[in-house]
Every structure is written in C-alpha cells, then in structure tokens.
Design a protein around this ligand. Sequence first.
Ligand code: SF4
Length: 735
Amino acid sequence: MHPTKPSPVYTHCCYCLSLCGIEITLDESRERIESIKPDRANPYSWADFCRKGLTAAEARDHPNRLTAPMRRVGDRYEPTTYADALEDISRRLNEIIDEHGPDAVGSYHGNPMGFAFHNTIFFTGLLDAIGTRNRFWVGSVDQNAAHVVQKNMYGSDLLGLSGDVDECDYFLLLGMDPSVSKFGWIESVPNGWNRVLQRRDGGATLVLVDPRRSDSAARADLHVPIEPGTDWAFLLAIVKVILDESLDVTPVAVAMTGMDTLRGLVADANLNELAERCGVPLETITYIARDFATARTAMCVTHTGVAHNEGGTVGEWLGHVVNLITNRIDTPGGKRFERGIVDLAKAFEMMAPPSKHRTRLRGLPTIAGFHALAELADEIRVPGQGQIRAMVIASGNPVVSGPDSAALDAALGQLDLLVAVDIVQRDSHRHADWLIPGTHWLERGELNPGFSGIANSPFVQMSRQVLPKPDSVWEEWEFFLELALHLKRPLFGRHGVNTVAKLSRLVAQRTGRPQLGLNGEWITRGMVAAGRRVRYRDIAGSPHGLQFGKKRYGDLAQALMTPDGKVQAAPKELVDECRRMLSDAAHSNPTYPFTLINRRIRESMNSWLNDVPGVHVNERRNYAEIDRADAEALGLTDGEVVRLVSDSGTVDIPVRITTGGRRGMIAVAHGWGSRAFDPLGDAPTTHGTNRNLLVSSTSLDRLSQTPTFNTTHVRIERIAHSEPAPPESSIGTAR
Ligand code: SF4
C-alpha cells in the first residue's frame, strides 16, 4: 500500500507581524516540505508573503542546526544529554544565586520569542523561579519609545493602536519604509502598504517623512527628507500650527486631559527655529498641518526611524498628540484600538505586575518589564554587588542587535556561566558554556493571544505544527520548566506550581495524554475563557483563522488604564523632556561629519535569517548608502570598500551611491555581520557587516533608553588597497 499524500497544512508565518496565512504541502513522509505558498483563503493576511516565509524550511534545516545540548570543553563543544545539561546548569546557577543573589543571573530574549508564546510563558516562569530582576530584551532596541508613550498616555505599555488604513484620507508617515516593512512594527496591518497605495490612488494624500529617498518615499505625494533625529521638532511644529490656528478638534472616542499644558508647551516653541532644526521649510510644515487637521480622516504614524534617536520618545508622543487633537484616535481612518480576544493589558498586569527594579549602575527603570540592552555589557563587566555573573540567552543575538557589539561580546566572555538556547549558535553564543537546541516555528503549534490585540480587525489564528522536531530536541518551554524543577525553585515564583507540574506530568505519562501535563495551552485556554469573546474550540477549528466580529471603534475608552480614565495629552515626563530638547542647541561634529542612519531590507529579519541560503536571491550583504554628491566630493566610486569610524568602533563596508535623500548621511541596514557557527568544527560563515559596532551604548534616548541607531556620528576613510580589512564579523574592531 502506498502512503497517502497528506492534506495541506494551513497556518501562519511566525517571522513578522504581517502574520501571513500560508498553505504548506508535505510529501508522503510528512517530514519534508514540498511547498510553502500564501493561503489565499485566509481572510486576514497572506498578501505580504515573502521569501522569508517561502524559505522557512531552509531555516528549520539550517546546516549548523543544534540537535543536542552541547557542553563547552576547553575551546570546543561536545554533544551530550539534557540530563547532563540540567544537572550542570542547575548546580552552577544555584551556586551563583546562593553566593551572589538572584540578580546575579541575567536574561535576554530576542525577537523569535515574541512568536513563541509557550516558550515565553515558561521562560518567565523560570526567571520568576530564580527571582532575578535583571531581565533584558530585544524590544529595548526599537519599541521602548512606543511603550513609554502608551504607558504615559493610555495607562499601560501594552495598549497599542493600529492604523485604520482603509478609511484614511490623509497619511502622515514618519520614520518608516512601508514598501519594505509592510506597515508592520508593533502593529499588524496586513497588506498595509498596498492598502495605503490603493487609498492614495483613490484620492487620499500620502506624505512620507524620512531622511532617505526610499522606494516608499518615491511613491508618496510628498517626500519630506527630514534631518535625521529631528522628527520630534517637525511634529512639535505641526502641533503648534494646529493649536495656534485653532484647527484642533475635541476627540469623540475618548476623554482627554492636559490641553492647557500642551498649549503652554507650544507657546514657548518658535516655529522658525523648529523648521530650521528639522531642515523642513516652514511653509511645508504649515500646509501639512492644515491639510492633516482639515482632512475628512487622517492618521499620523511613527515607526522605528522616529524611535532610534535622542528625541525618539518625544517624537513618538507628539505623533499620538497630532492624532489626539484632531480626533484621529479610535475613530474611522485614524489609529484604532482593537480589543482582541482578551483584555491584554489587564491580563498581563495581573499575571506580571510591573517591576520597580532599577539597574545597579545607571539606576534606570524597566520599560515594559525589561531593562535596556544598552546597559547589559556594563552590568556584566563592572564588579560589585549585584553584578551579573550568569546569563541565559533565549532565541536572541544581542551582540548584533544591540549597540557597541564589541563591548557586549567581551562582557559575555567573562561570565561564570552562559547558557544559550537557540536553533543555531550565533555570535552572541560564541562564549556559551552550554548550547541548548531550540525549535523552529514550523515545529510548534499554539495560540498567541497577544496578536489579536494588535490586529487590524477582529481576527485570531492559531499556528499549527507542520513538521516534527528532531527526536533529540525538546521544545524550549520544556527545558525552562525542567530547569526550574532541577533548581528546586518555584516556577513563576509561586509555591505549589512545581508540585502541579510534577503531578500533572505523572498523570500525562500514565494516561498517555501529554496535554494533561502542565503546558502553555493551559494558560492560553484560560485567557481565552476569561476574555469571553470567542471559544477556544472555534479558534482551534478554524484553519484559515477566525474573524470574530466587525471592526469596532470606541473600545479604547473602556480599556484605558490611566488613574482618571482619560487620555493624558501632556504627561509631565514627556513635556519636560520636550522642553529639554528645545533648550538643547543642535550642534555639528567636525570629527565625525556624517550621520549613520538605519534602514531595513525586505528579506532580512534583523540578525535572524541573513545566513539562510535561499532568503537573499541577489546580494547577501549590506552596503553603506551615500548620496551621489557626497560620494563625488570624497571621490568614492560605487562598490568601493570604505572604512566607517565612530567613537565606538570601525567597520569596512562597500559603498552604494544613491540619490534623492539628504546629504551628510550614510544608511546601513542592521542585522548583518552575524556568524553562524558549527560548534563541532568548521569555520563560521558571515554575511555582511555589523553596523552596530559603530553605535554607542551610552548615547540613548533618555526616556526609552533606545540607542541612537539613526544618529550615530561617523567619518568615512578611504582604504589603501594594501591595507588589510578587519575581520568580517560582528565583533570587528572596537575602539
Ligand atoms: S516574513 Fe514574509 S511571509 Fe512571513 S509573515 Fe512576514 S511578510 Fe509574511
């Protein structure tokens, strides 16, 4: 009898918030993928489908994939068992905790954990068991500004808004390249860029504010090539014009407070000075403000390009203010609140009360529950009470994702214990004492309740397990749970949970029903039941996803978590920071005359996928993009390798000459230059250059603690051909 061909599996891609519905065909063995294509029956998302989703099987079958726990022995690794790993790691962690306290164990998790809810739950459970407050995450390199603003204005760092693009007549977009990002960041707007372009073709106005002349900028009605790092000044000028000319409108969907403070702030700002700071003519600012305020519907959207600067949080806040004072919050065509399947902000506040911990050295608070990656190297490196001596890195590559890569690499090398849990050993794991294998999302199935709270419409979809994981590999959550049990410390910091875990596992073994053992589904089922908006079995029974109602407006008012139940238009710390920025004169830097800015590449997913062979069809590296006039002034030719030098480091990188952006800046895509190691031998492969070697870990946006990836000052040096290039790796050359 011939094996039957399995039916296609319908799930969603778990690389980015486009969350494309996909259809996967397996061969008869059910262990090999024949094709991955967009699931056109998915009512929410499939149109952004890209090469990352197409090549997901290649990432899963990475040639350097870890398939067993690896113990470091001298300068090499040897495969061993989970039992060995758990025994050794728990013993060493307990010794460190007993001698130095729980904060001596630090943690970091990266972007893939955001798409692995069960792993996230049990990683939290493990960290709560340890009791450490030194928790760091990748969100601190780009999304912190949004969380600070959400907390200040709406009362919770998890109350996000999503662009209601199909009703919008006027798009004011800042710091984004939606033809690449597809409008996704901490909001999910499937097919967002095409929907915006459709609106524009139907008569809507599209204004894109960005220093680069990106493909998106070229499609806009108006591209405003702003001076890098000055979005806050541009937006403050917009707010001032709106208020000075009485174009403001009281919001109808939410109550608000703080208008007097806001008026006081703009009264002290000078429009000519703001225009000069941001390099945008005052006439342009004025007519954008008037058109925006008087459009039938409109939205101002700020993404990572705004966040990656010293005034990032102020810029993010003023973007919300522009929407708020023109009645664009939770109204048609504006920034809408989607309540999702569960009251996310309230649920998480109940499960994980906000941490009051401050870092040992800089005394900075957590944001959204985590400390900033920019502080990690010093917290490991500098001796003293509370110094981090052990780290658990889960699905993350902080050396490449964060600033000052060389310093963090060196710091990780001096830890007493480094445990890396990931599918492949990358640069951040090169000093690891233990490599614990991870899983790919094709091997997991789960419901992530968080996605429905940032969705563009009432929609929920469960991801499905498509392929079996290797027999020798555990899901990460199982390892985290077991490690807490081996530590003999209470999971989630709650006594009794370990007993439940052990007993339920016993029942699961005796009955042959693994789902009876404590697992993440217990939590997600509970959350769905508490939300009372949709039944778990209806979600599970909807392979293409479930639309659970019509798009609504006005739910934000009930979700607000501010003390007075009103949106705070002018939170004190934001107003104070804005005043400080106003009083801080802009200055040039003759030693480093160029400004390094960031950009994205469609096929890249931060430092995650650049080494997957099929992802990049043409070029497998990043470039230093420079305006033609600047290149000619320096005598540079296209493709020439130059040296970029900053206060923090040096990299060698080929030039690409561009046109249409601002002069005096260099755009280099992030996430490149990470090595993928073979722990059993071969030399690692590298693609591209890690531009974050140039970025300081002390030049930060004060409120969000986000590094100034978009305003790093550099100089360009020509390289004599006889001069050897620094190694092409994420570590490069530190200064
Ligand atoms: S990585 Fe590509 S296929 Fe996957 S969700 Fe994002 S846009 Fe869609």
